[in-house]
Every structure is written in structure tokens, then in C-alpha cells.
Design a protein around this ligand. Structure first.
Ligand SMILES: *[C@@H]1O[C@H](CO)[C@@H](O)[C@H](O)[C@H]1NC(C)=O
Length: 176
């Protein structure tokens, strides 16, 4: 397990240092339903962008290999429908969004049915780096969480401040 963990970490280091992710043997099928189990970032996310709770994320394949990502998030007391297209690149694990202002790397976790989505936002207004731990079920898996924490540390994200969003099937505003 340690070796896997290390190679995973080196993958992230390679992303950061060479801006390049090592080639993987096969294209992973990431379509379907995902639960966002944890997030980590390199800086404090402003309140107007900070997610409190989330509905499951659906990823559907579009023609040409792009991916459609949809979910709803509770942000600053409002339910916000998140919907964006991940544009494929010439690397199977790398996608871009919003005309290249966001770069995403999809990496498998050491735990089955878990992935890490590693984002870099190069938008002028707010540059940040963030990783999300996704899983096929809503339960927290301690091993996947520990792997995620290590990966976050290697990537230079704030591993001490991992955020675990509340899961909900529909976005609910509570008392509103
Ligand atoms: C995702 O959201 C877009 C835009 O709102 C919508 O057109 C599309 O049907 C949605 N896809 C799924 C699978 O919900």
C-alpha cells in the first residue's frame, strides 16, 4: 500500500513540477454518479465560492470525448446549479474547462471506486488549486481519506484543513 501511495504522490508532484501527468495505460470510465466526499485547497476559499453541502455529481459523456458535469451545491445560503463541460485534451487524464482557465487531472485513489479530481484555476480573479475526493458511495472511507490527505500534502494543498461537505439528495436550504 505504501508503494502505491508513493507512486500516487509522485504523480501529483509530476503534475506540479512538470505540468504534465504521466501516461496511463487505459482511459478510465468516470461517467455516472459520484459523491464529493472531501475537498482540500491551497488557500482559503472565499465565502461566495465555498460549498457547504452537495448533491451527488453526475458525469455524462458527450460526443467527442468531452464530459458534462452536473451537481447542485449550497453556497452562502443559495442552491447553485453547477454545470460545466470538461474538454478533453490529448492526455487521457487531463481535461480543461472554461476555455482553458481551469485544468483538471483525474487520478485514481488507492481505494477502489474512488478518484481524486485535481483542479487548477488560472482565472485572474481568483487563482487557486483544489482537490476533490470522489467516491461511488456516500460513505466516508478512512483509507481513501488518508490517501487523499497524503496526496493533498504532496501537492502543497492544505492537508490540515480538509473539508467534508454534507451529502444531500436535493439541495435544501434548511429553515428557508
Ligand atoms: C446538465 O446540465 C445541463 C445544463 O443545465 C443540462 O442541459 C443537462 O441535461 C444536464 N445533464 C444531466 C445528466 O443532468
Amino acid at each position: 500500500m505504501k508503494a502505491l501511495l508513493l507512486s500516487f504522490g509522485f504523480g501529483l508532484v509530476a503534475v506540479l513540477q512538470a505540468q504534465e501527468f504521466p501516461d496511463t495505460e487505459e482511459i478510465q470510465d468516470v461517467t455516472g454518479t459520484w459523491y464529493i466526499k472531501a475537498t482540500a485547497s491551497d488557500k482559503e476559499i472565499p465565502e461566495n465560492l465555498r460549498i457547504v453541502s452537495v448533491t451527488p455529481m453526475t458525469i455524462t459523456a458527450l460526443e467527442g470525448g468531452n464530459l458534462q458535469v452536473n451537481f447542485t451545491a449550497l453556497i452562502k445560503g443559495h442552491c447553485r446549479k453547477m454545470s460545466f463541460v470538461l474538454e478533453k485534451t490529448n492526455k487521457p487524464d487531463k481535461y480543461t474547462a472554461d476555455w482553458g482557465t481551469h485544468v483538471l487531472y483525474i487520478m485514481p485513489s488507492i481505494v477502489k471506486d474512488h478518484y481524486v479530481f485535481y483542479w487548477e484555476s488560472k482565472k485572474r480573479a481568483f487563482r487557486f488549486r483544489e482537490a476533490k475526493l470522489l467516491g461511488r458511495d456516500p460513505d466516508i472511507n478512512q483509507e481513501a481519506l488518508e490517501d487523499f490527505r497524503n496526496a493533498a500534502r504532496v501537492a502543497g494543498l492544505n492537508a490540515e484543513k480538509i473539508f467534508i461537505p454534507k451529502q444531500s439528495e436535493t439541495c435544501s436550504l434548511g429553515s428557508n
